[in-house]
Design a protein around this ligand. Sequence first.
Ligand code: PAF
Length: 285
Amino acid sequence: MTTPIAIVRTVDDLRQRVAKWRKAGETIALVPTMGALHEGHLSLLTLAKSRADHVVVSIFVNPIQFGPREDFNLYPRDEAGDLAKLGKAGADLVFAPETAEMYPQGFSTHVGVGDLTEDLCGASRPNHFDGVATVVAKLLMQCSPDIAMFGEKDYQQLLVIKRLVRDLNVPVEIVGGPIVREKDGLALSSRNAYLSPSERKTAPLLYQTISAVAADLAQGRGCDDAVVAARFKLDAAGFRVDYVAVRDPDTLKRLSGPVKRARVLAAAYLGKTRLIDNVPVPPKK
Ligand code: PAF
């Protein structure tokens, strides 16, 4: 039988637990999440366990990273299910604060990470990355972990967080975990639950298309041609494409012509569901 996992809801309680571990000279990893946990999150937990003595998982659906017309109210929430999964997977502690604990009355400080956040997802989701940066800065200060893990599926988010930590001298190592996929290639995401059965069948085409772009680029094809062909394929399959882009994998700067090393990133709607994905160039073997 699995022991029920310990859960704290206040910053004071979190700090007390973490302080005990620190006093014993033990290391701490933080895995920030918005809950509705799937194998992608659990793979970050496994990675965290291999890198630290204790793993804290935060569960907080962060209201300030959702736009006014986005899915904050609909976002899947299943705390009991999440706790069961985390207990079984061996997390040490869950931090699941209420909104008022994170954003007390009069909260007015925001963290913004300049140029990395202006386009790609930042262009269609204004303020999204400020909301992410603000909550992640808070979580890092509340927990003071040695390392914190974030999935590569949110590749732009991962780079934003790395930049935040570098620029503000936050003493933590940010570790990116590889994307976990369904058998047909669809990247795991809590939002996949919104897909209708027919959208679910179409969804893997996003991964197939950007993988084809990566393969073409590796063969010397120019970025612009490859992107136009990918958009055409996705449009024809019924996606509403937000972007398909080939970027520098460290700075997200635009690239053109043939490239040796890059990241292909895409975001596209199927019905009301916004899917994102990305792959490296050269493709992983
Ligand atoms: O990737 C997520 O789930 C969220 O953006 C994060 C990093 C937990 C911040 O709310």
